[in-house]
Design a protein around this ligand. Structure first.
Ligand SMILES: Cc1cc2nc3c(=O)[nH]c(=O)nc-3n(C[C@H](O)[C@H](O)[C@H](O)COP(=O)(O)OP(=O)(O)OC[C@H]3O[C@@H](n4cnc5c(N)ncnc54)[C@H](O)[C@@H]3O)c2cc1C
Ligand code: SF4
Length: 331
């Protein structure tokens, strides 16, 4: 185990200042991903700053306009059980309940969840096989290796990994924003811009800069959010990352789709919004399966499956159709 020094902080401003001035320092919240990465030698911070004392970041609030603010240190289990979340944003509660295990959800924070790193087995391999995300310039073992669980959209020759966070798929579908505090103040990042595509810098997962602390997530109220659903397919029924998942949120008028938001998980380096499908599905009848299928297929023209994951192209479309139908049943 790589040795590290541990200290604590009790103001966000102090946390930001410490992180900005020390490139060897990492924030630690629940530690459920970071400590695993350190054990696998995929991360080696010299210093960890425990941010759990930042009590203002633990709140879950519904504003007068229905906007949901989830503090970065709220625990996954607290958010999943929160009444307003379950009633107004069911896709969030479901994405969380289908994540990890009960014990992990009690420990793991929302900020840590959206920051968790890929589960690509080559990245996590403690013997250090070539991996551009782990060691830039060393190559990508998955590109011509075992790539059943990897991306079908947006990958590059430098990295074909997928993002493992279920919650992020739901937040991308709901047009959430990540609220970040940095050395020059607060900024708000649209969720769909928070995670990056790999390009030729796959070592960078997100738009966060050094010195920036996630303070919370803002989710706007919407008719679509109330009629929403998260559907996750995995190799075993519990305690497993998604092979493919879909978040759907829909507004319906007399059985026809007025507007829909769809995002997929398990298919790209970031949650993958199906914008072409969202446009194609407007006006479709919810019980017209043929129209739902062809609308969703509009977003798959850009799919580029790899040697072992061609099955994801069909599977992801089916998952999206089913998630949309279930969400529509709630409208
Ligand atoms: C066995 C297992 C199964 C799992 N299954 C799933 C699953 O099915 N679905 C799923 O979505 N997840 C799954 N997870 C991942 C789990 O949800 C994450 O490990 C957890 O959410 C991370 O939260 P944490 O608070 O423990 O983060 P930490 O491990 O403390 O931190 C993770 C990263 O986030 C950074 N960070 C933390 N908080 C902040 C902040 N406020 N601002 C900036 N940076 C911050 C840290 O510096 C670190 O880089 C699983 C994990 C395990 C171990
Ligand atoms: S897919 Fe990305 S994370 Fe996996 S081996 Fe290739 S570069 Fe590394």
């Amino acid at each position: 185990m790589h040795p590290f020094a541990l200290s604590r902080t009790d103001t966000p401003a102090h946390a930001v200042a410490e992180h900005a001035r020390d490139p060897q320092l990492a924030f630690i919240a629940g530690g459920t991903d970071l400590l695993g990465l350190i054990k696998d030698r995929a991360a080696a911070p010299e210093r960890l700053l425990d941010i759990n004392g930042l009590s203002s970041l633990s709140r879950i609030d519904l504003g007068p306009d229905g906007r949901l603010r989830i503090g970065a240190l709220a625990r996954m289990s607290e958010v999943a059980a929160h009444r307003d979340v379950r009633e107004q944003f069911p896709v969030i509660a479901e994405a969380l309940l289908f994540s990890a295990s009960g014990q992990l959800r009690n420990m793991a924070s929302i900020g840590g969840n959206i920051m968790q790193r890929t589960r690509c087995p080559y990245f996590r391999d403690e013997d250090g096989l070539p991996c551009n995300k782990r060691r830039p310039g060393s190559g990508c073992s998955a590109l011509h290796g075992l790539n059943r669980s990897h991306a079908i959209f947006g990958w590059s020759d430098d990295c074909i990994a997928t993002n493992p966070s279920d919650l992020s798929v739901a937040l991308a579908a709901l047009d959430a924003h990540v609220i970040v505090l940095g050395p020059t103040g607060e900024r708000s990042i649209p969720f769909t811009d928070f995670h990056r595509l790999p390009g030729d810098t796959p070592d960078r997962d997100t738009a966060l800069e050094r010195g920036e602390l996630i303070v919370g997530i803002d989710v706007p109220a919407s008719v679509e959010a109330r009629a929403s659903h998260y559907l996750k397919l995995r190799d075993r029924a519990s305690y497993e990352f998604a092979l493919v998942s879909a978040a759907a949120a829909v507004a319906v008028d007399r059985g026809r789709i007025r507007s829909v938001r769809l995002a997929l998980g398990g298919v790209a380096h970031k949650p993958w919004r199906l914008t072409s499908a969202e446009a194609a599905l407007r006006g479709a009848k919810l019980d017209d399966i043929g129209k739902l299928k062809s609308g969703i297929a509009a977003s798959f023209k850009d799919a580029r499956p790899l040697a072992h994951n061609g099955f994801k192209v069909e599977l992801a479309q089916r998952v999206a159709v089913r998630a949309l139908q279930i969400a529509g049943g709630r409208a």
